[in-house]
Design a protein around this ligand. Structure first.
Ligand SMILES: [Zn+2]
Length: 136
């Protein structure tokens, strides 16, 4: 899949639903390409009192459930289908899943296409280098 294909896939997953006065889902969609070559989609779930999570973490949960932690590419779209960079929490989340995710590229703009390396957005990780590969 090209970034353009991933963008179309993410747009196909948009499914905005208002659940109540403060709750909504599907206003943001994300597609992650895992190092295993598979693609994982997710949507945001925003619930009252700050509960819920972003589309990127929803997609990452599906990826981890499938046994993969390393992301090669990220595409996220807002409710209008425009590319949307991961928020700070998702950047941190993805980098803690695997240090290799610093090399993941995300689509920052569609036209002209702009790809940004995730690690360039988080240049000074606070956690210990070398945690990668620890087993419990
Ligand atoms: Zn986020």
């Amino acid at each position: 899949m090209t970034y353009r294909d991933m963008l179309a896939y993410a747009r196909s997953k948009l499914n905005p639903v208002r659940l109540g006065k403060y709750d909504s889902t599907g206003f943001v969609a994300a597609v992650l390409e895992g190092a295993n070559g598979k693609y994982y989609a997710g949507v945001n779930i925003d619930l009252a009192c700050g509960l819920g999570f972003c589309a990127e973490r929803s997609a990452a949960a599906a990826m981890v459930t499938d046994g993969e932690r390393t992301v090669r590419r990220i595409v996220c779209v807002d409710e209008n289908g425009a590319p949307l960079p991961p928020c700070g929490a998702c950047r941190e989340f993805l980098l803690q899943l695997s240090a290799e995710n610093a090399e993941a590229g995300f689509l920052a703009a569609e036209s002209p296409q702009k790809i940004v390396r995730l690690g360039d957005l988080m240049p000074l990780p606070w956690y210990e280098p070398g945690r990668e590969g620890e087993t419990f």
